[in-house]
Write a protein that binds this ligand. Structure first.
Ligand SMILES: *[C@@H]1O[C@H](CO)[C@@H](O)[C@H](O)[C@H]1NC(C)=O
Ligand SMILES: *[C@@H]1O[C@H](CO)[C@@H](O)[C@H](O)[C@H]1NC(C)=O
Length: 677
């Protein structure tokens, strides 16, 4: 069974109690001083409106970079928010200069960097924790912005943060390069740093690291903006009007934990790891930065192949961590959790070459090992992204267990290359209720298959503090949402026949003969909504009901195993009978959705038809997730053919075997669709 969350919610800062206890008296004193300082600072900020006006040029506003329209979404999915980022042609909304938001693109550069320790979390006492400044410096270079990721998160005694100043002023020098240098630099380094015009930042990046580490400083290099403009005269029009990209300048800084690649667009600071990993104690810590405004390659929704096929691979329950993760319940030797998982997934992707990959939740391990979301997100989809395969993801119960909420998590997913993931409408419960319409590749570009994705949430509120939290359930607004979307899907003439099959001159003709002719002469076709599938992490209570039986020998429609207990919520909100079974292909006939596919239960991989709808599990795909000795890690493949009429499935094991081939829908599938028993 998937494990319940530890009693550990919301906060990613690990306990520091043992350190704290030893210096309590000092802390108390500091607390008093800090309170005084903060109060003073707060008061002085609101002293008079004039003070505010003076810094008004740094206040939040929205800068329309271009009047041209946003390119809009690539998905025909509801609630497709614009990402605020378009490839040079759209608008780039500016964000507050003083807010650290590494997922946002900035049209402003950095002017100064410093590292500063603090006995308190900087968000509690921002002005006390930040490096010293004066109003003049704030005006000239921008205010200190805290990079709200603790350099000492698992390595040190107190909080240690990187700060930078960011400005919109055109007369300020902007940072173009960063490196890390061990103190004191040797003669050769000194000469090089001097010659290159490098500037040493304030603050040791190992302040408070325990056991102590050699002092290291961040050095940075700046450049006049005018010089940059002179170099690139042609670009002058770019300034402020046409999607300025600042490709030379560093526009953002982030902290990366672990040895994996940084998040899209970021690179590691030069000069070696800030703090290398220490086996059994901590994962490595590094400063990463982004130059300019790189935009992730966007996925276009793949179309069916000309031969009417489409292949989807589901990857379940990766349970990745910062660092390499730990192998669990496997006799694989040697075994490095996340790395060996990525390696076998790469093999599976090469063998299957799917058109789309669906991550069905619990990409993150949660608990205490995926303590920095972005560091883990940067790597979980790597084998898929490397192969330029479009992918979509839903959340599991572990995904937002530690850091950040699902909105932030989804923002990150959307900014990754080839991602088709969407947040979905705000009014609907959960994050990640969306759908993707798959089209035919012929000239008619007909919508012939629908993929739905739903957030099955995590845990219900505990009734009593000492009770275990039960899994959450699909909410009423989600029932509504699905019914509404399904009602909006236009029926097509099925089975679909691609355009051009019978025309002359190989010119695709639009809108015929795929649609029914008015006189109904189109033979053998009926009007109905395209077939659909839906993914969400936690199965419905109905997934544990008896299988349909079919055929002469009344064979149960069920293949695969269930080695876990029931993984569903105890509460049944009626999603199956009031939404899935109440939204039809046409009239009151077959349900639009033919297959529900889940993760969550790593030792359950069965695919069972229940009251006419298939409910399939993937089984665990990851060595980092719990499993069972002798039960191979696996992925589930869905092979759709005949332009969406036929759905088959099978599982590919980590050893390469293919097992349990089943025809779910279409030619060769069991009859008796939609009849209750
Ligand atoms: C914009 O798109 C073009 C063509 O796809 C690409 O070459 C270019 O790098 C993109 N620009 C950015 C800023 O991503
Ligand atoms: C579904 O449609 C109804 C009627 O149009 C509307 O009132 C409701 O807000 C919609 N619900 C959702 C979740 O989209």
């Amino acid at each position: 069974m998937p494990r319940l969350a530890p009693d550990y919610h919301g906060h990613y800062k690990p306990p520091r109690m043992s350190y704290l206890r030893s210096c309590l008296p000092i802390l108390a004193l500091i607390l008093v001083i800090a309170f005084g300082l903060s109060s003073y600072s707060l008061l002085s900020h609101f002293r008079s409106p004039a003070v505010k006006q003076q810094i008004g040029w740094q206040a939040w506003d929205v800068v329309e970079m271009s009047s041209s329209k946003s390119q809009g979404g690539v998905l025909s999915a509801e609630g497709d928010e614009t990402q605020g980022v378009t490839n040079g042609t759209g608008f780039v909304p500016s964000i507050p200069l003083e807010k650290w938001d590494p997922l946002a693109l900035h049209t402003t550069g950095l002017t100064e960097i410093a590292v500063k320790p603090c006995y308190f979390p900087p968000y509690l006492f921002p002005s006390y924790c930040a490096p010293k400044t004066t109003p003049e410096l704030d005006k000239a270079k921008g205010k200190w912005v805290v990079v709200d990721r603790d350099l000492n998160l698992r390595t040190g005694l107190w909080y240690l943060n990187v700060y930078y100043r960011r400005t919109r002023r055109l007369d300020a020098d902007l940072i173009t390069d960063l490196r890390i240098v061990t103190e004191p630099p040797n003669d050769e380094q000194s000469a090089e740093l001097k010659e290159g015009g490098w500037i040493k930042s304030d603050g040791d990046v190992h302040n408070g690291v325990w056991p102590t580490q050699p002092e290291k400083r961040i050095w940075y290099k700046t450049r006049r903006q005018e010089a940059w403009r002179d170099d690139w005269k042609l670009r002058e029009r770019d300034w402020g009007s046409d999607g300025q990209t600042y490709e030379d300048f560093i526009t953002e800084i982030d902290i990366l934990y672990g040895d994996d690649d940084p998040f899209f667009g970021f690179e590691r600071i030069k000069g070696g790891k800030l703090t290398p990993a220490k086996e059994g104690k901590w994962e490595s810590v590094d400063v990463v930065f982004r130059r300019g405004n790189p935009v992730a390659p966007r996925a276009t929704v793949p179309t069916f192949h000309a031969d009417g096929t489409f292949k989807i691979m589901q990857i379940a329950d990766l349970h990745y961590s910062v660092g390499t993760g730990k192998c669990r319940d496997t006799d694989k030797q040697p075994c490095v959790g996340d790395e060996d998982t990525a390696a076998w997934l790469a093999e599976a992707l090469d063998a299957e070459q799917p058109d789309l990959v669906v991550f069905s939740g619990d990409q993150l391990n949660g608990q205490s090992t995926s303590y920095d979301t972005r560091s883990v997100l940067a790597k979980f989809a790597k084998p898929v992204i490397d192969r330029k395969i479009p992918w979509a993801a839903v959340f599991g119960n572990h995904d937002s267990e530690i850091v950040e909420d699902r909105d932030q998590h989804m923002r990150a997913l959307q900014r990754m290359p080839y991602s088709l993931s969407r947040a979905g409408p705000k009014a609907v419960d959960g994050v990640g209720n969306y759908y993707i319409k798959l089209h035919s590749s012929d000239g008619s570009n007909m919508h012939i298959f629908t993929l739905y994705f739903l957030d099955s949430h995590a845990y219900q509120k505990k009734a009593l503090p000492w009770r275990k939290a039960d899994y959450d359930y699909i909410k009423a607004s989600q029932l509504d949402w699905y019914r509404n979307v399904s009602a909006s899907i236009k029926p097509i003439a099925r089975p679909f026949r691609p355009d051009g099959a019978d025309d002359l001159g190989h010119i695709w003709r639009r809108h015929s003969p795929a649609r029914l002719r008015a006189d109904g002469s189109s033979s053998g076709q009926t009007l109905a909504k395209p077939n659909a599938m839906m993914w969400f992490h936690i199965p419905l209570p109905e997934a544990y009901a008896d299988a349909d039986v079919a055929g002469f020998d009344a064979e149960a429609l069920d293949m695969g195993v269930q080695l876990d207990g029931q993984g569903n919520s105890k509460h049944n909100s009626g999603f199956f009978y009031n939404a899935i079974k109440a939204s039809f292909e046409v009239d009151e006939d077959k349900s639009e959705i033919k297959v529900l596919s889940h993760g969550h239960c790593h030792n359950t991989d069965r695919c069972r038809r229940i009251d006419g709808v298939w409910m399939c599990f993937d089984g665990g795909s990851s060595f980092s997730g719990y499993g069972q000795l002798g039960f191979d890690r696996r992925v589930r493949v869905y092979r759709i053919s005949n332009y969406g009429e036929k759905i088959e499935t099978y599982k590919r094991l980590s050893q390469g075997d293919i097992i349990d081939e089943q025809i779910l829908v279409g030619d060769g599938a069991a009859e008796g669709w939609g009849e209750s028993q």
